[in-house]
Design a protein around this ligand. Structure first.
Ligand code: UDX
Length: 456
């Protein structure tokens, strides 16, 4: 058992802390927000994440997990302190390290015994060296403090599962002592451990995320070309996926990647490269393609319709992906303002993200348009002139073509996630536009000619 303190109770910190407790370590999670700490103590998770609340309650009751705002008492006698605070993107694309610096200073002023500080937050290459120096500069007591890198690869919506069953644990250390401490902490997880130096560990995180972002942008680029040449992106990606060198995951074309990692980490790595006088062309291309892709449905609809003014527009899904209430960099945030600007009357449905969205766009009039939040998909579709699908929630996937046909005033659907069958939509007489596939006409099973597939 290792005595662990975790700084920050966001996705990374809280999930890590809970999972460390789950495998038997003694964990204290630190946050500056008193309310949040009280909420967590009462067994409620501040984030929507499958299975997290159960593990919080179980480990809190077992006495292995605690929450506090009193960082001094948490850091004082910890064997290891994990830093999981945010590194938000700054306007120039660089990572804001002020939260890390604040925690580093608090650690320096609190620790009373030798301890390993482990940075889980995604930070520019070389940051761990600086954090170590910073802590040593401000150390109050004569103790040994070392910094290690241990990047996090969890995805939102499956964070607990991803942590307990990770593909690999990356540890970046500069001494045997630090390496052994991290090995001991991760031993009960029984997962492959890749032990490298600190800078390589920092780089592995960016290189992995940016590679996945690149993969998605590449598929989106190919999807757009598929539409123009009359190929089907789903058939194309299926055909590609049998090649083990390519792999079968992250080949889904859509309306671009969102979330808290890919957009931020692609821009951060591009910025790091620039700082070193190097142009990272591949990552820049991924960013550019993604920015265009997020607006692709809106562009298609604008070409098809004279105006959106006064039309009832159903918006299905607001979050950047299903299984989370997170809206960061979601395609909905790009499209809803454009639709409102054009005077659309939006009826938005999202099973968990609507409340957060309403904080940004409160229900009611917005210029020429308006937004109303509905609890049932049917209410969004009922009498609608157009439907946009931004997130592939299970209940959205379950809509049948006949429902669009029956409920909508004009069955015109723009699907950014390719969740429906083109053939079935065509059969049902729904005009259906998706990504990288043929579109159908509302005349039903009429086969479209290739030249009708072009939209730009
Ligand atoms: C991602 C990484 O997966 C994770 O390893 C890292 O630690 C943090 O960033 P997350 O942002 O939670 O996790 O979600 P993820 O499931 O990776 O999806 C990111 C975005 O890419 C979503 O908007 C999703 O819709 C999109 N995506 C994903 C695609 O458009 N196509 C795909 O094939 C896969």
């Amino acid at each position: 058992m290792v005595r662990i303190a975790v700084a920050g109770t966001g996705y990374v910190g809280l999930v890590a802390g809970v999972c460390f407790a789950e495998v038997g370590h003694q964990v204290t999670c630190v946050d500056i927000d008193e309310n949040k700490v009280n909420v967590m103590r009462s067994g409620v998770s501040p984030i929507f994440e499958a299975g997290l609340e159960e593990l919080m309650q179980k480990n809190y009751s077992a006495g292995r997990l605690n929450y506090t705002t009193d960082y001094q008492s948490a850091y004082r006698d910890a064997d290891a302190i994990f830093i999981g605070v945010g590194t938000p993107e700054q306007p120039d694309g660089s990572a804001n390290l002020s939260y890390i610096a604040t925690v580093a200073r608090q650690i320096a002023e609190s620790v009373e015994k030798d301890c390993l500080v482990v940075v889980k937050s995604t930070v520019p290459v070389g940051t761990n060296d600086k954090v170590e120096q910073f802590i040593r500069d401000f150390l109050v007591n004569d103790v040994r403090v070392e910094v290690a890198s241990n990047p996090e690869f969890l995805a939102q919506g499956s964070a607990v599962h991803d942590t307990l069953h990770a593909d690999r644990i990356i540890i970046g250390t500069e001494s045997k002592w630090a390496q052994e401490m991290l090995m001991q902490i991760y031993e009960p997880f029984h997962l492959p451990i890749v032990s490298v130096n600190r800078r390589s560990a920092e780089m592995i995180k960016y290189a992995s995320n940016d590679f996945l972002a690149l993969k998605i942008s590449y598929m989106n680029d190919i999807a757009n070309l598929c539409e123009l040449v009359g190929a089907d992106i789903q058939d194309v990606s299926r055909g590609m996926s049998f090649d083990e060198r390519i792999g079968s995951k992250f080949l889904n074309a859509g309306i671009g990647y969102g979330g808290s990692c890919f957009p931020k980490d692609t821009k951060a790595l591009e910025y790091i490269a620039k700082q070193h006088g190097y142009e990272l062309k591949t990552v820049k291309a991924a960013i550019d393609v993604n920015e265009e892709q997020k607006k692709i449905l809106y562009k298609k609809a604008s070409k098809r319709l004279i105006t959106l003014h006064g039309l009832k527009v159903a918006v299905l899904g607001l979050t950047f992906k299903p299984g989370t209430d997170d809206l960061r960099e979601a395609a909905s945030l790009e499209n809803v303002p454009l639709l409102l600007e054009q005077g659309a009357d939006i009826y938005a449905y999202d099973p968990v993200g609507a409340e957060n969205f309403a904080r940004i766009y409160p229900e009611g009039k917005h210029g020429r348009g308006s937004i109303t939040y509905v609890d049932h998909i049917e209410h969004a579709l009922d009498g609608a002139n157009v439907c946009f699908i931004f997130t592939e929630w299970g209940e959205v996937k379950a809509i049948t073509p006949e429902m669009y046909k029956k409920l909508m005033r004009t069955p015109l659907v723009y699907d950014g996630r390719n969740i429906h069958s083109v053939a079935q939509m065509q059969e049902a007489g729904v005009e259906y536009h998706s990504i990288g596939r043929k579109h159908t006409s509302k005349e039903g099973s009429k086969e479209l000619k290739d030249n009708e597939l072009q939209y730009s």
